[in-house]
Design a protein around this ligand. Structure first.
Ligand code: TEU
Length: 544
């Protein structure tokens, strides 16, 4: 177990993201709940993770599956009670697992009491908790667009005003210029801290300082002022881990968020690597250029080395399943899933495992009426209205739709993958009969045990936290190979990203190294080697 009183304990940690709605239902209502998470804590302890990032379980009308909060201080009844949350925090702590709550501070639900008050009148004390502009119906304040489609303004006839929202009309943006808003949010965070929460994932945190009149959404002028204030007044203790989701983070500004001396965040989720295999919109898919990917990872590893800290992730609740996206989810599902894990977990940063990633869960095709995500449904309607062919739209959804990641966790080969005895809120991937936790635990060669091994390695080899990062063969289009180096030792990570064999050259000193983890057996390290399809390994070389 990690010593969580240390200010940067999370640098040795590996975190696991749970999308509670799709994890484990214990009531038969077809929706996952907190009790379901408690029942699987032993499984997560076996995996070896140190913290769980919980997607929101607060009161919500579920327009955006909980990212539209109507009460930050209450647990939504469909997930359980605040007592269940306290029990989860305590039971997790007994197993050395911290609970990290997802804080959606940029916006609330339109059903939040603050917004319900705000729209009563212009002089209501809560009116300035949101962003309203006088206007005339049909004449938007400006041409800003919302992430989930359409104008970013909605008309309130009774006020003869528009209000601003960056995502959906049911998610009105909070006005962070208003100190009362900030103090309300900080007080709420302190309340969850007092119940034992040890970290926070901060939803679209780079968008809180928006200035709609100036067309500014992320990285607004006051952003870092707010983040420093939030750290000082809400998180307070520096052992509280804070992870900011920042689609607008880049090499230039990343160290502003997570520089050691900044007193803002522990790390950010940046998405540069996740935008490479698409044209201008995520729905317009293109092949991944592996050399470009290597350049981006190299850039981030160098930029934050001894100056900040990376998060490391390939999956989350907004992204398609990585084994389907960048691996091979048919012929080489196990090999490629393990390769992707070895590729990621050798880098500097804190790795995040998304529920089901550790057993190689895959994307799941659905009929359009089976999808639940408003982003998918809005995009479908929009592209149909623009004359796109239905099959092309569906191909985009199959490849990039967020519901790929939101099909229920597959625990066994029993009904609904063991997720629910009721009717699941979303389709269960039919491959649960072959891909599930029970099967993975029984198969000593499963993807699960590769993740378990990687998590253990990260705790026992400080070079993975402290070592430098150097790409090997940076221009090779088929391999992602790199080494981590310190005074005493070297860690070499070799990954063939292709279905075909690949000849590589090893340094002499690596040949005497120990293979700590790999996705094939009977590996003989030689100067000239042939990597098999998706072959990957981590070699530890002690120099002194
Ligand atoms: O996501 C931020 C966000 O912009 C994503 O929705 C992203 O643009 C999209 O998924 C790309 O396909 C956060 C949460 O992770 C997401 O689940 C919420 O829907 C969103 O904020 C609004 O709170």
């Amino acid at each position: 177990m990690l010593d969580k009183t240390q200010k940067d304990w999370w640098k040795k940690a590996v975190f696991y993201q749970i999308y509670p709605k799709s994890f484990q239902d214990t009531t038969g209502n077809g929706v996952g709940d907190l009790q379901g998470i408690i029942e699987h804590l032993d499984y997560l302890e076996t995996l070896g993770i140190d913290g769980i990032w919980l997607s929101p379980v607060f009161a919500s009308p579920q327009v955006d599956n909980g990212y539209d909060i109507s009460n930050y201080r209450e647990i939504d009844a469909m997930f359980g009670t605040k007592e269940d949350m306290v029990k989860l925090i305590q039971e997790a702590k007994k197993r050395g697992i911290s609970i990290i709550l997802d804080m959606v501070l940029n916006h609330t639900s339109d059903k939040h009491e603050w917004f319900q008050q705000a729209i009563q009148s212009k002089d209501n004390p809560y009116h300035d908790y949101y962003i309203f502009r006088d206007g005339k119906e049909g004449e938007y304040p400006n041409d800003m667009k919302a992430v989930f489609g359409g104008p970013a303004w909605k008309w309130i006839p009774s006020l003869e005003q528009y209000y601003f929202f960056q995502f959906s009309p049911q998610q009105p943006d909070l006005n962070w210029e208003n100190e009362k808003v900030r103090e309300e949010l900080y007080d709420m965070i302190r309340m969850w801290k007092s119940l034992g929460v040890e970290g926070f994932r901060l939803d679209v945190i780079d968008q809180i300082a928006k200035e709609p009149d100036n067309h500014i959404t992320n990285n607004g002028p006051k952003l870092h002022t707010y983040l420093q204030e939030m750290r000082e007044k809400a998180f307070v203790d520096n052992q509280i881990v804070t992870i900011g989701e920042a689609w607008g983070a880049n090499i230039e500004n990343a160290s502003l968020f997570c520089g050691e001396e900044r007193n803002e965040l522990s790390m950010v989720f940046q998405f540069e690597h996740m935008c490479l295999d698409q044209e201008n919109e995520k729905w317009d898919v293109k092949d991944l250029d592996l050399v470009q990917l290597k350049d981006i990872y190299n850039k981030w590893q160098q930029a934050l080395y001894q100056k900040g800290w990376n998060s490391l992730f390939l999956d989350n609740h907004d992204l398609p399943r990585i084994v389907s996206r960048w691996g091979n989810d048919t012929l080489y599902r196990k090999e490629s899933a393990k390769m992707l894990a070895i590729f990621l977990h050798g880098m500097q940063g804190t790795p995040f495992i998304y529920q089901g990633e550790e057993i190689g869960m895959t994307n799941c095709k659905m009929d359009i009426h089976e999808y639940q995500d408003l982003e998918i449904l809005n995009m479908f309607a929009d592209r149909i209205s623009k004359g796109y062919k239905k099959e092309d739209i569906m191909d985009s959804i199959y490849a990039r739709g967020r519901d790929n990641a939101r099909t229920p966790m597959q625990f066994s080969n029993t009904k609904n993958g063991g997720f629910s005895t009721g009717k699941p809120w979303i389709k269960v991937n039919e491959n649960y009969k072959e891909i599930n936790v029970e099967e993975a635990l029984q198969d000593k060669d499963s993807i699960f045990y590769t993740y378990q091994k990687l998590i253990s390695i990260r705790k026992h080899y400080p070079i993975l936290q402290e070592g430098s990062f150097t790409l090997i063969e940076p221009k090779d289009p088929d391999t992602f190979m790199y080494k981590r180096e310190s005074e005493e030792d070297t860690m070499v990570i070799l990954c063939n990203w292709r279905e075909k064999e690949k000849k590589i050259i090893l340094d002499k000193e690596w040949i005497s190294g120990d293979i700590l983890v790999s996705n094939y057996k009977d590996i003989l390290l030689q100067e000239e080697m042939v990597l098999r399809p998706y072959e990957a390994m981590m070699i530890y070389v002690r120099r002194k």
